[in-house]
Design a protein around this ligand. Structure first.
Ligand SMILES: [Zn+2]
Length: 267
């Protein structure tokens, strides 16, 4: 495991590493702005494998399994701008305030991340400056431009969750995650619950908070945008058929919501 140079921002992402930001449909016409904080599971080459066996690096601890395919397809279906982040949450979690310990986790579920232990200040800063900051700066810029152009903007943050956590099975197929927005989440809950045979979590399996989340509080709530997270259980989107099905379902639901919001002149 090579950690040399990890403290130098210019060396954290070198030749052979792709940029952190992945975008689809940057000129999309939809009011929905899609984000995906845990889209990818790449690790900068200079960080090696973070001390983890290969099978750990494909599990939920490294990324949101299945959500990349759903996000890309949903962006195309809705003609919506998607901004996603390609590096593993084990390098730096783009949905945590960078000041909290879980930003660069030393333990995730029951797995110790040895490559994250005892990091020097400049190594922590390098991860933030190379990955976290550009991703969130890009979301900021896009929201700035949309507001300047008076384009309606509804933030939807896409995630997936593991079906069993700490030995407890989670019954939900999908959940909405929100905190302060009272406009979008009730519509999402109503329409998802109208889908046949879906078990829908209301702020399950997680609720959003300022301490445990970043994208919704900072880009949604603080900017005054309607917003919600959507969490899909990862086993439902592990294969291409499930990803297509969920992208089509969410496109239909969000399409209906857009019509409702337009009728209320909210977008
Ligand atoms: Zn996630």
């Amino acid at each position: 495991m090579a950690l040399e140079g990890a403290g130098d921002t210019s060396l954290l992402l070198g030749q052979g590493d792709v940029p952190p930001i992945h975008e689809v449909n940057s000129a999309g016409s939809s009011p929905f702005l899609l984000t995906c904080d845990h889209y990818g599971r790449l690790i900068p080459r200079v960080l090696g494998d973070l001390g983890l066996a290969a099978d750990k690096l494909t599990r939920h601890i490294a990324w949101d399994i299945g959500i990349a395919g759903v996000a890309d397809a949903l962006s195309r279906h809705l003609d919506a701008h998607l901004i996603a982040q390609r590096y593993s949450r084990l390098v730096i979690d783009c949905n945590r305030p960078p000041t909290v310990p879980s930003s660069i986790p030393r333990i995730s579920e029951a797995t110790t991340i040895s490559g994250n232990e005892g990091l020097a200040r400049d190594a922590i800063l390098a991860r933030r400056q190379a990955i976290f900051d550009p991703y969130h700066r890009r979301i900021d810029e896009v929201i700035d431009a949309r507001l300047r152009d008076q384009r309606p903007t509804v933030l939807v943050s896409l995630h997936s969750f593991t079906p069993v956590y700490a030995g407890i099975a989670r019954p939900w197929h999908v959940g909405t995650l929100y905190h302060r927005d009272t406009r979008l989440p009730p519509l999402l809950l109503k329409l998802l619950r109208a889908e046949p045979e879906l078990v829908v979590g209301d702020n399950e399996p997680y609720a959003v908070s300022d301490e445990t989340d970043y994208t919704i509080p900072v880009h949604g709530e603080a900017r005054g945008l309607m917003n919600s997270g959507i969490e899909i259980r990862q086993d439902l989107i592990a294969g291409p058929a499930g990803r297509s099905e969920w992208a089509e379902r969410l496109a239909r639901v969000l399409g209906e919501i857009e019509i409702m919001l337009r009728a209320q002149r909210l977008v």
